[in-house]
Each structure stands twice: as C-alpha cells, then as structure tokens.
Design a protein around this ligand. Structure first.
Ligand code: NAP
Length: 283
C-alpha cells in the first residue's frame, strides 16, 4: 500500500521512489513509496487529500514554497529557510520540514570531508535550492557566503533573511557579469555551490566564465545537478575536487526517511536505488 510519495510538476524524472523504496525494503516494507504529478493549481486539493491518505510526502519544484500556508506546523529549519520539501502526516496533522540544507551539508562531508562551519562559500544561483541550503549553512556556522545570481533581488532577499536570523555569516552579492568581482569572490572561497538550473540541458551555457576557476585551485565544487555538467568537466580538467548533486538527493531523502520512520536508512541501498531508472508507481 502506497503511504509515501513525491509530488512535483514535472515529476516523472524523480529518483526518489527507487531511492526511498530501497531504504524501506531494507526495513521490511515492500515498496510503499510512489509518485504523483500535481500541478500548482491542484496543490491545495492534494494536500487536503493527503491529510487522510498518506503518511509522508516529498515535494519538488514548484511546490516547496507554495505549500507553506497549507501545512499545520513547520519545523524551525523550514521556518528559517521558508521552504518545505517533506511532510509528515500523523492523525490528519501535517508537519512541514526542509531537509535540503542538511542534505547538502552531509553531502559535502561525505564527498569532500568538508564541514560547513567556518568555511567560505560561493553560491551560483539564488533560487529555491540556494535559499534553503544557504540559510541552513548560515545557521550551521558558515563563515561567509557570496551569491552570484542573474536576478539580484532574489539574492538580496536571502541575504536579508540571513541577517534577520542574527547569523554571524558575512553575506554579499556579486553580479555574474562583474568579472573583477567574480574573480575576487572565487579566489576567496573554500567551496562553490552551483545551484542554478544551468546545466540541466546539454546546450546550456555554464553558470559563469569557467576560466575564473583557474584563480583558485584549492577550492572544491559541488554542482546540485546530477549530470556531468560543463562546470564539472572543466573542474576535473583542472584537478579540482568536484561532484554532482547525487549525494545531496540521497542525504535529503535519508533525512525525510528518518522523520517518517524514526529509523536509520541504509544509505548504500539508497545510493544503489538512485542508479536505477527514474520514476515509480503512480498514485
Ligand atoms: P529555481 O528556484 O527555479 O531557481 C533557478 C536558479 O537558476 C535561479 O538562481 C535562476 O536565476 C537560475 N537560472 C535559471 N535559468 C537561468 C539562466 N538562463 N541564466 C542564469 N541563471 C538562470 O530552481 P531550484 O529549485 O533552486 O533548483 C536549482 C537547481 O538545483 C536545479 O538544477 C535543481 O536540479 C537543483 N536541485 C538539486 C537538488 C539535489 O538534491 N541535488 C535539490 C534541489 C534542487 P534567477 O533567479 O535569475 O531566475
């Protein structure tokens, strides 16, 4: 019986069903996690249905912000980053949580042994993923975060929210076309987080001029996209430690699993599930 699912628009590409079912099967539960295409205008109706029919929901684009007013309670980390990617439903009560930030934090530790605390980050992008993860990083003790984004106002909003939390993290914005500013920002960071959607399509341009990477061979690069993007290809040529977004998806999903089951998921089983063809049973 399907009790958990991922919703999004689109959603058929999602790797969450194979990944979560691999973890559930290790706990003796037979594939309880499905998939449902929910359009933005259908979200309120779906949430009311979910209240009495499901135990856990993962939300992907474009629902993570829209679901905010529809839940009964938010965890403090969901409140801070104004994003929800996980619902826990118990006796008709809906709790909204955000596991993207902790997912990326654990992915950096797993892939590069890089802690967030005390480190300087450069974020390419200021959309939903950048917002959730950067706000988590600021609360987890990051030393500084510089945002480069096409739309300055979105980066400024995140910076204002971090400031309002009373965080010591030093935040700034640099326009992607400001070459000297970009060079300075990349020279003075420990880690680049690529959080734009540039790279999802093979003919996308890179998120910034890749020549800038030569300014700082000591950094590490995490691209939130699961593919071998132009950014990752260039980083590998330069010998810069780098990875795609797989481990972030695993770790954010593992945190959802813990919230739902109070059990520790088998991360290797989830990693193997990720490699299977995407999609799942439609609910
Ligand atoms: P989003 O809210 O739509 O944000 C998209 C970001 O990409 C914004 O910063 C946007 O800039 C930028 N962008 C889009 N098209 C652009 C263009 N043509 N030129 C320059 N910038 C452009 O999406 P999101 O939810 O944050 O997702 C962003 C990425 O994170 C996606 O690639 C997604 O696959 C990835 N992600 C990965 C995981 C994981 O677990 N690995 C989880 C969540 C998301 P503007 O603000 O100027 O529009």
């Amino acid at each position: 019986m399907i009790k958990y699912l991922v919703i999004g628009d689109p959603v058929s590409h999602s790797r969450s069903p194979k990944m979560q079912n691999a973890a559930f099967e290790k706990c003796g539960l037979s594939s309880p996690y499905g998939i449902r295409h929910v359009k933005p205008e259908e979200l309120p109706q779906f949430i009311e249905y979910a209240r009495n029919h499901f135990r856990g929901v993962n939300l992907t684009v474009p629902h993570k912000q829209m679901v905010f007013p529809l839940v009964d309670e938010l965890t403090s980390r969901a409140k801070c980053c104004k994003s929800v990617n996980t619902l826990l439903i118990e006796n008709g009560h809906i709790l909204g949580d955000s596991t993207d930030g902790v997912g990326l934090e654990r992915a950096l530790m797993h892939n590069f042994s890089l802690p967030v605390k005390g480190k300087r980050f450069f974020f390419a992008g200021a959309g939903g993923a950048a917002r959730a993860t950067a706000i988590h990083f600021a609360t987890a003790g990051a030393k500084s975060i510089t945002f480069a984004n096409r739309t300055e106002s979105k980066a400024r909003e995140i910076i204002n929210d971090i400031t309002a939390l009373g965080s010591d993290c030093i935040c700034s914005f640099v326009a992607p076309q400001d070459r000297a500013g970009m060079l300075d920002a990349i020279k003075n960071c420990d880690c680049i987080i690529q959080a734009t959607s540039l790279g999802l399509k093979d003919d996308d341009p890179p998120p910034f001029d890749l020549e800038l990477l030569e300014a700082n061979p000591a950094l590490v690069i995490f691209d939130t996209i699961y593919k071998n993007t132009k950014l990752l290809q260039r980083a590998k040529e330069l010998g810069i430690p780098c990875s795609g977004g797989k481990e972030m998806l695993i770790q954010q999903g593992a945190e959802s699993f813990r919230l739902w089951t109070q059990q520790e998921p088998d991360l290797d089983a989830m990693r193997n599930g990720f490699e299977l063809p995407p999609g799942g049973v439609e609910v």
